[in-house]
Design a protein around this ligand. Structure first.
Ligand code: TXA
Ligand code: MG
Length: 320
């Protein structure tokens, strides 16, 4: 069932969460598939519905700092500085977990990922549920993240109790995931808060080395993939002359692309606008029936890093 987010439907949603059910809800990044984070059986349903491997830990969403204290063991100065700057917002912090966090949430890790979303509907839902909400993006595992309630409905519709609809997610890419375990800041997934913004607050952040064991399954090479093969190109001259082709452009092209299915992410060349439109454009291209998507490379600064990360994952394994 999909309902427009109103105080009435959010209250209904919170009663579903309290009873151990699943609710899809909007956040400023993407739609999440939520369950009571302290109810292991409810959380298990998330994995079932998403067909998600259980080694993949979930983000715990809170609306009040009191819960940060309850969920974690050690919150250092760096964490507090980041919280002050970026919460509520699209930054997820990985910290040592407390004993109240069920193992199924963290896949048995000793750490927990916590985020305080900024979206009005998400915050109201968490508050009314009186518990933190564990939520991955509301898509089936490895597929495109949903940035509208309709995306959720198409992928998970019948399998979940309720979808709260509040239109399009304003940021459109997932949160930045940053580990602060052991006093060292490590970027696990680029996202809605840029690396540059984070470094302005806490100084140098390291990127996880590629050879290291996967700590954040958002790092699986073929994550966030459309069904259609996708190839990243450096120049529009590399697009073959074929009308069964989809083209994902960063900005307005210098020349007209004839007979192609074209999506332009931002008319003004604004990375924030491009990020907000990314998944919707990929969903449309995926559904248009084109046999391959050519995606224009974008600058890897600011939100461009998160966009290129998602495009690279969408392109890997699909074409060699
Ligand atoms: O914007 C977002 O973060 C959205 C909205 C719904 O909040 N959620 C989201 O969740 O993208 P999900 O499950 O699709 O991605 C969570 C990422 C995964 O890459 C997961 O591996 C990582 O966070 N993660 C969660 N707990 C972790 C932990 N304890 N250590 C390392 N990585 C963790
Ligand atoms: Mg996801």
């Amino acid at each position: 069932m999909k309902l427009k987010a109103t105080i009435k439907s959010i209250t209904l949603a919170s009663s579903i969460i309290k009873k151990g059910g699943l609710v899809a809800f909007p956040t400023e990044t993407v739609y999440g598939l939520g369950a009571d984070a302290l109810n292991p059986q409810a959380v298990a349903k998330i994995f079932e519905v998403k067909k998600r491997p259980e080694f993949d830990p979930l983000i715990v969403h809170i609306a009040d700092l009191i819960w940060l204290k309850k969920l974690t063991r050690k919150v250092d100065k760096k964490a507090f500085m980041l919280i002050k700057h970026f919460w509520p917002g699209p930054l997820t912090l990985v910290l040592l977990k407390s004993s109240i966090v069920p193992d199924i949430v963290t896949s048995g890790l000793d750490t927990v990922a916590v985020r305080m979303p900024a979206h009005r509907v998400a915050r109201k839902l968490i508050k009314l549920s009186q518990s933190p909400i564990a939520a991955p993006s509301a898509n089936t595992f490895g597929h495109l993240s949903p940035t509208t309630a309709t995306h959720v409905e198409k992928q998970l519709g019948e399998k979940i109790n309720l979808i709260l609809d509040d239109g399009k997610c304003p940021i459109g890419v997932e949160s930045t995931v940053l580990s602060l375990v052991g006093g060292k800041a490590i970027l696990l997934r680029p996202g809605g808060v840029s690396l540059e913004e984070i470094e302005k607050v806490i100084g140098k952040v390291s990127r996880q080395s590629k050879t290291k064991k996967i700590q954040s399954p958002g790092q699986l090479p073929s994550h966030y993939a459309p069904r259609t093969p996708l190839k990243i190109i450096e120049s529009l001259d590399h697009i073959p002359d074929d009308k069964n082709i989809g083209v994902l452009l960063f900005k307005n092209p210098p020349f007209k692309l004839k007979d192609k299915t074209v999506e332009i992410l931002t008319k003004k060349g604004d990375l924030r606008e491009a990020a907000a439109n990314l998944f919707s454009a990929l969903h449309r291209l995926d559904e248009s029936g084109v046999k391959i998507i050519y995606a224009e490379s974008m600058p890897k600064t600011g939100l461009g890093l998160a966009i290129m990360d998602r495009l690279q994952r969408a392109s890997s394994k699909r074409i060699t």
